[in-house]
Write a protein that binds this ligand. Structure first.
Ligand SMILES: [Fe+2]
Ligand SMILES: [Fe+2]
Length: 280
């Protein structure tokens, strides 16, 4: 079995190849036994710029999975679809198209942070949307999470996230938040988009969906950027008790949370930037 995970877009970049661009967002190419799946597309053109430098064969990508509807994971769709140049399934939760807003401080105006395109434009570029609440198996070994149940008592949705309901802003349950799970001989590999439903909730759900207990590698956004001290402590304890062997955080983890996780994981920790490639 061959597994290769290449981060195409992230806030920061690896030193090589030269010319990688960073931007707030995430895009990860997952290659498993010839299956090529792109989880998210970054905010704008960094995923295609970096993918070109990294030698991505765009037309061999067989599916795009959207981890949720925020602009920093979907804003690269126009560029990516233009590179893929064929009809490609785009798998996501139905709420990915909800009108999403952010308002962290009450005194600031809410800002639209949903998908920055009309659906018809993306369909014209080849996107074939497959919207489902359920896990979607892309091969015998690769599955999307589907909707992630919130079961822990210490993980909550970031209170600054909203959806527009008529003229009112109501809290966004981020039901569209998804991850990608890979069954490998070493155990599960979990690729997170933003982890809005909670990284531990996501890992427990990964075990339930796949029937595999061992979690080998976790990469991607953990959305611990505004986590309380208590959530940080409990997340660390749970990651240890779940036996996660390798952790590469990205994006909305936040630098302070990243440092805390690095201290806990030592040599098994890395910052998963654009250009980072891991294999199993
Ligand atoms: Fe994000
Ligand atoms: Fe997000």
């Amino acid at each position: 079995m061959s597994v290769r995970i290449t981060t195409l877009s992230e806030n920061g970049v690896a030193p090589r190849p030269r010319g990688l661009l960073g931007e707030w967002g995430l895009s990860v190419l997952v290659e498993v036994n010839g299956l090529r799946v792109l989880l998210d597309t970054g905010h704008s053109m960094s995923a295609v710029n970096n993918g070109d430098l990294l030698g991505v064969e765009w037309n061999r990508i067989s599916a795009i999975v959207l981890s949720h509807g925020h602009y920093d994971h979907t804003g690269g769709l126009r560029h990516v679809l233009s590179r893929i140049k064929k009809t490609v399934p785009v798998i996501a939760h139905p709420d990915v198209w909800a009108p999403k807003y952010i308002q962290i401080f009450k005194e600031e105006a809410p800002t639209y942070i949903g998908i920055p395109f009309q659906k018809a434009e993306l369909e014209g570029l080849g996107a074939d949307f497959e919207l489902t609440h359920d896990p979607a198996w892309l091969s015998d070994d690769v599955v999307t999470s589907g909707e992630i149940p919130m079961v822990t008592d210490f993980e909550t949705i970031d209170p600054g996230m909203y959806v527009k309901d008529g003229e009112a802003l109501v809290p966004d349950p981020l039901a569209d938040d998804q991850a990608l799970f890979i069954k490998t001989e070493e155990g599960l590999v979990v690729i997170l988009g933003c982890g809005h439903r909670g990284v531990i909730n996501t890992l427990r759900h990964a075990q339930n969906v796949t029937g595999v207990e061992t979690i080998h590698t976790v990469v991607g956004g953990t959305h611990l950027i505004r986590a309380s001290e208590a959530q940080m402590e409990q997340t660390m304890a749970e990651l240890m008790s779940l036996g996660v062997q390798r952790l590469g955080v990205s994006h909305c983890t936040g630098n302070a949370a990243g440092v805390r996780l690095a201290q806990g994981f030592g040599g098994d920790f890395f910052f998963n930037n654009a250009g980072t490639q891991i294999t199993l």
